[in-house]
Design a protein around this ligand. Structure first.
Ligand SMILES: *Cc1c(COP(=O)(O)O)cnc(C)c1O
Length: 478
């Protein structure tokens, strides 16, 4: 199960390169450093041949599940397959070696790319202005809420509260709190949508705005969104959309047309940058006209960068943000075109509803209407056999599938939130359904199997909290 460390592999003198013998006199390296900083003896580094090191890393990569290896139905995360050509193009030297301090003339292409990407994203969201700077969705939320705050301050009062539905992603209350607001939770109705009456009661002039996810994290479209917008605007509040996931909307509906004032999106979800493990992301924030003055500086267009923005909330990220992620998104949008993006959304919705209708025969489906790009089932039926959703999630790993998002959103008992994305074939989805049906059968007939799963992974059940918080990565303390 365990793989030797690099230090345990190889042998002295082994190396992963071969160079011709020196045919000129050897010259000592010029000392660039003060002698006192030099080692007395060579560092104790592994000496390894190329096949050994390649196999080592391939073996390690196979211990993990990843989207290039198998189905990854992680709800609210859009783990779609990312076209490899995006990677190749993002790694071209002209893209990966470019630096913002280069002379203006030499970065025109990069500015053009960012400027065109901005135009596309404004068109997709129906907004008037945008920043590409934020490095992730949560960072985009914070940027958006800071703009909301500055907007209210310019009217004389920053206000005190932000309203957030109980189905929201945990980053929403975090972003509101870190921007100095008190959060107020509103309930969902039994059909999984915002409770408009509750919202109307909570709205007053202390409320800076409402953060709404649409489709919400149950995968349901908030059909009353226009009335919600009117309610929020009536007392001078702003409507923020958590658009981390635009997989259900592209080419079909636009946040700007629904009445949202601010929306962030995750290029690393919808627009095909591989993500996970906290890797580089990009969380652009688009706004309506009345908020454009507050966008982070500088703004970017074809002619360069505009720093002359007295009302801006300032910079939120170094230079222009995570450029390589923007490059992948730009390529993805250009390759899909308007028609292709709409098809992405249509297929994401079709796949989710196909899976949902297959699974509802064996699992409890709390919200039975058609969904958008994801849906949430409950493990309450299997709970009667003393099986937790966690047990089922672990068992799925034995079938070669990543588990769905579990225990979120909080308003569904024993939740399993499933998002197949548009890139999965019907064969993959059917295989997933078969695995889920078998798991349901095991819950009834032989629950012990589930309680001790998984069996075919490099490690079985870990202490979920300690494994993440008490990593021992020190070779010498083993
Ligand atoms: C993923 C996600 C976020 C957070 O995005 P990060 O890039 O992980 O910070 C926020 N809201 C929703 C609905 C999401 O799915």
């Amino acid at each position: 199960m365990s793989d030797p460390l690099l230090f345990e592999l190889g042998a002295p003198g082994r190396k992963g390169y071969s160079l011709p013998d020196l045919d000129v006199p050897a010259k000592p390296l010029k000392r660039l450093t003060n002698n006192k900083y030099l080692r007395n003896k060579p560092a104790d580094l592994p000496e390894i041949s190329e096949p050994e090191i390649i196999r080592h890393y391939i073996r390690l990569s196979l211990k993990n599940h990843h989207v290039d290896k198998g189905f990854y139905p992680l709800g609210s995360c859009t783990m779609k397959y990312n076209p490899k050509i995006n990677e190749q193009l993002a790694r071209l030297a002209g893209v990966s070696h470019v630096h913002p301090f280069q002379h203006k003339i030499t970065i025109r292409g990069a500015l053009q790319l960012m400027s065109e990407l901005s135009d596309y994203l404004e068109e997709i969201t129906g907004m008037d202005g945008i920043t590409l700077q934020p490095a992730a969705g949560a960072h985009g939320e914070m940027t958006g809420i800071k703009m909301m705050r500055t907007y209210h301050e310019s009217k004389g009062d920053a206000r005190k509260k932000i309203i957030i539905p109980d189905s929201a992603h945990g980053t929403n209350p975090a972003s509101a709190t870190i921007s100095g607001y008190e959060t107020v939770q509103i309930k969902s109705t039994t059909s999984g949508l915002v409770d408009l009456n509750d919202l109307k009661q909570q709205m007053n002039e202390e409320v800076a705005g409402l953060m709404l996810t649409n489709p919400n994290t149950l995968g349901l479209f908030e059909t009353q969104v226009q009335e919600i917008a009117e309610t929020v605007h009536h007392t001078g509040g702003l409507l923020y959309m958590d658009g981390a996931n635009l997989n259900a909307l592209m080419g079909i509906a636009r946040p700007g047309d629904m009445g949202f004032d601010i929306v962030h999106m995750n290029l690393h979800k919808t627009f095909s940058t591989p993500h996970g493990g906290g890797g580089p992301g990009c969380g652009p924030v688009a706004v309506q006209k009345h908020l454009v003055p507050y966008l982070p500086e500088p703004l970017i267009d074809l002619t360069g960068t505009d720093w002359n923005r007295p009302d801006s909330i300032g910079k939120v990220q170094t230079f222009w943000g995570n450029f390589a992620v923007m490059v992948r998104a730009y390529i993805y949008i250009r390759m899909q075109g308007a028609k292709g993006l709409r098809e992405v959304s249509e297929n994401a919705i079709l796949n989710a509803n196909y899976l949902m209708r297959k699974l509802e025969q064996n699992f409890l489906l709390p919200h039975t209407q058609h969904h958008m790009h994801e849906f949430v089932i409950s493990g309450d039926k299997q709970k009667m056999s003393d099986i937790k959703t966690l047990d089922m999630a672990k068992r799925l790993l034995d079938f070669g599938f990543h588990a769905p998002t579990v225990y979120f959103p909080l308003i569904v008992h024993e939740a399993m939130m499933i998002e197949p994305t548009e890139t999965e074939s019907i064969e993959t989805m059917n295989a997933f359904v078969d695995a889920m049906i078998q798991i349901d059968k095991e819950a009834e007939e032989n629950p012990e199997i589930l309680k001790n799963a998984p069996y075919h992974t490099p490690v079985s059940r870990l202490d979920e909290a300690q494994a993440a918080r008490k990593l021992n990565v020190n070779y010498y303390q083993r």
